[in-house]
Design a protein around this ligand. Structure first.
Ligand SMILES: CC(=O)c1c[nH]c2ccccc12
Length: 116
């Protein structure tokens, strides 16, 4: 069996997402940035992304590969590093999520290969 046939692919992505949510200890990635609270956010970030939106995309079967899921993860991180200046807590949380989330995704990619 491969993972895809044995266990729905979206269940695999959901488990990867849960691991990313655990890494978001400051809970700054868990939901979309509220653009009413942050009126200039849309001037800098053209394609917002967050972990809740990624969960909804999993549920809507909008990811056909781990790479597409990873693209949204990278978009979420790069938005954070683009909007927040380097000395902020948010920027530092973005660096931490890039590093720790990157490890989660590297392991998930390896697991997907082993199961094929
Ligand atoms: C992830 C991120 O950049 C943010 C998460 N919450 C915010 C509130 C104001 C400005 C930026 C943010």
């Amino acid at each position: 069996h491969t993972l895809k046939s044995l266990w729905p692919f979206h269940a695999f992505l959901h488990s990867v997402l849960q691991q990313l949510i655990v890494k978001d200890t400051g809970q700054i990635f868990i939901e979309p940035v509220d653009q009413n609270e942050v009126p200039d956010y849309g001037d800098i970030v053209k394609h917002p992304m967050d972990l809740l939106t990624m969960e909804l995309k999993i549920k809507n079967s909008e990811y056909n590969s781990l790479e597409e899921f990873e693209n949204d993860f990278n978009l979420m991180v790069s938005n954070c590093l683009a909007y927040n200046s380097k000395e902020t807590i948010f920027y530092k949380a973005g660096i931490k999520m890039r590093d720790q989330g990157g490890t989660v995704l590297r392991t998930a990619k390896r697991d997907l290969k082993i199961l094929d």
